[in-house]
Design a protein around this ligand. Structure first.
Ligand code: NAD
Ligand code: 6OD
Length: 469
């Protein structure tokens, strides 16, 4: 299916287009329509009208039925979704089939389930009964990135719809395909016209920015870079539009000498190199306690060199950015223990945007390579002596999204985890997700929490009703 806008129940490819590039070989695979300001306006107006229609009157039970139909619709076209996600991102098929598309289905089912079982508190006193109802916010703009395109789009669209809102979604300009398929699923699920709308296009000075400045948008749910979050917040300030932000990270892993070393190495290979490091939760800073530093580093570097089935960076520009950090690291004094360059495959992938999985050592904590998010298949490994030192190193960052702690000492795990300044701390695991739990970051990694009731809270507002008795 070619990328197209979906507005008020109909597909249109109005507007000039730009090329869709295959990151595996650099070839042009199609055209993406660039939404004009009028197209964005039409989408917001359609969403505003749909609020007043059947969707605005639908009960939670009706909305849950609709969410299940959407989940079933994605499942019925599973292979099509997997193929589209693989084409846009170049990620291994196994990853899209095991993570991206199943999680998108689960996102809708989880919020269908969660709609039941939420009750607000009522307060009865001598003279009044106070109770609270939750009202949808209205038109929600969902702006999502390219790394887990359908997973992260549906992570916000599902709860926004569950809470009774209407949506205008703008996926990343480089990964438009699964969002377009999702619109087709919404259409087949007979969601009322205008409840879900989709516009394609760029961010700054284009569809993304116009949505965030639009007076008809009642809330903005955004996932992407921290710098983009700042820009959106400035624009959202104009109409005091509420925001929920999931932003960048520079995630630490702490490996204690009492850890199961094989488990810590295997876990760090996953946390640093899954999707070639292009997941906001990926580890870029590894701190290892001195007695096991050499053994851990040797095994991690060997594991990184052995990786074969990995995907490309999303674009030539992102490949160049990651490679510029590989070179910067060396200028800053790093030793490259694995990778550090561009792989040669001897096939069409040599025209694509690949970089080698890379392990670095030897940098001081104030090096830019240690402080800035790279978002590629690279981590730096440094030693520490004490628990306090490890926690201080982990927290010495402007970011605070996720951390991993590797230890067999249960007391240590409970002592260390709550002291790490991050929204999520995984102990002896990584990216193990329960969709009911709060997800988000501290510091420059985000504002607010999503997941379970936290998302439903953001996408609705409480109204207190006081009845004199
Ligand atoms: P990005 O910020 O460049 O773009 C994300 C989306 O925002 C895209 O749809 C883009 O078109 C749009 N956009 C860009 N500028 C905009 C503007 N001025 N106004 C409105 N919209 C705008 O991010 P990306 O490169 O697509 O994704 C990678 C980044 O996302 C990394 O920093 C990564 O850490 C972060 N990320 C965070 C999480 C999380 O859950 N915390 C998840 C995934 C990715
Ligand atoms: O698992 C999730 O719910 C989630 N939001 C993951 C984000 C990954 C970032 O790239």
């Amino acid at each position: 299916m070619h990328p197209a806008h979906y507005i008020d129940g109909g597909f249109t490819a109005a507007g000039d287009g730009f090329p869709l590039i295959d990151p595996v070989d650099g070839s042009v695979r199609g055209q993406v329509p660039e939404a004009s300001a009028e197209t964005v306006d039409a989408a917001v107006s359609a969403a505003a009208r749909a609020r007043q229609g059947a969707w605005g009157r639908a009960s939670a039970a009706d909305r849950a039925v609709a969410l299940r139909r959407i989940a079933d619709g994605i499942e019925a076209r599973f292979e099509e979704f997997v193929a589209a996600e693989v084409r846009d991102t170049g990620k291994p098929r196994a990853l899209a089939a095991a993570m991206d598309i199943p999680r998108a289905i689960a996102n809708f089912r989880a919020y269908a389930d969660l709609l039941y079982g939420r009750a607000e508190q009522a307060y009865l006193s001598a003279d009044a009964l106070n109770y609270t109802v939750r009202r949808p916010l209205g038109v929600v703009a969902v702006i999502s990135p390219w790394n887990l395109p359908l997973l992260l789009l549906t992570w916000k669209v599902a709860p926004a719809l569950a809470a009774g809102n209407t949506v205008v979604a703008k996926p990343s300009e480089v990964t438009p395909s699964t969002a377009t398929l999702l619109a087709a699923v919404m259409h087949d699920a007979e969601l009322p016209d205008g409840v879900f709308n989709l516009v394609h296009g760029h961010g700054a000075g284009a569809a993304g920015e116009w949505l965030t400045r639009h007076p008809g948008v009642d809330a903005i749910a955004f996932t992407g870079e921290s710098a983009t979050g700042s820009a959106i917040m400035r624009n959202a300030a104009e109409h005091v539009t509420p925001v929920s932000f999931e932003l960048g990270g520079k995630n630490p892993a702490l490996v204690f000498a009492d850890a199961d070393l094989d488990q810590a190495v295997a876990g760090t290979l996953r946390s640093a190199f899954t999707h070639s490091g292009q997941i906001c939760l990926c580890t870029e800073r590894v701190y290892v306690q001195q007695p096991v530093f050499d053994a851990f580093l040797g095994a991690l570097a060997a594991g990184a060199r052995a990786l074969k089935d990995y995907g490309p960076m999303i674009s030539a520009a992102h490949r160049d950015k990651v490679l510029s950090y590989y070179r910067l690291a060396v200028r800053e004094g790093a030793q490259t223990r694995a990778g550090g360059g561009v792989p040669a495959f001897g096939d069409q992938r040599d025209g694509g945007f690949y970089v080698e999985p890379t392990v670095l050592t030897g940098l001081p904590q104030d090096a830019r390579t240690i402080r800035e998010e790279i978002f590629g298949p690279v981590c730096h490994v440094a030693p520490f002596d004490t628990e306090d030192e490890a926690i201080a190193l982990a927290n010495d960052s402007r970011y605070g999204l996720a951390a991993t702690v590797w230890t067999r000492d249960v007391s240590r795990a409970h002592r260390v985890a709550p002291r790490i300044e991050a929204g999520i701390v995984w102990v002896n695991c990584w990216n193990l997700r329960d969709l009911r739990t709060p997800f988000g970051g501290v510091k420059a990694s985000g504002i607010g929490r999503e997941g379970g009731g936290h998302s439903l809270d953001f996408f609705s507002e409480p109204v207190n009703i006081c009845i004199q008795i």
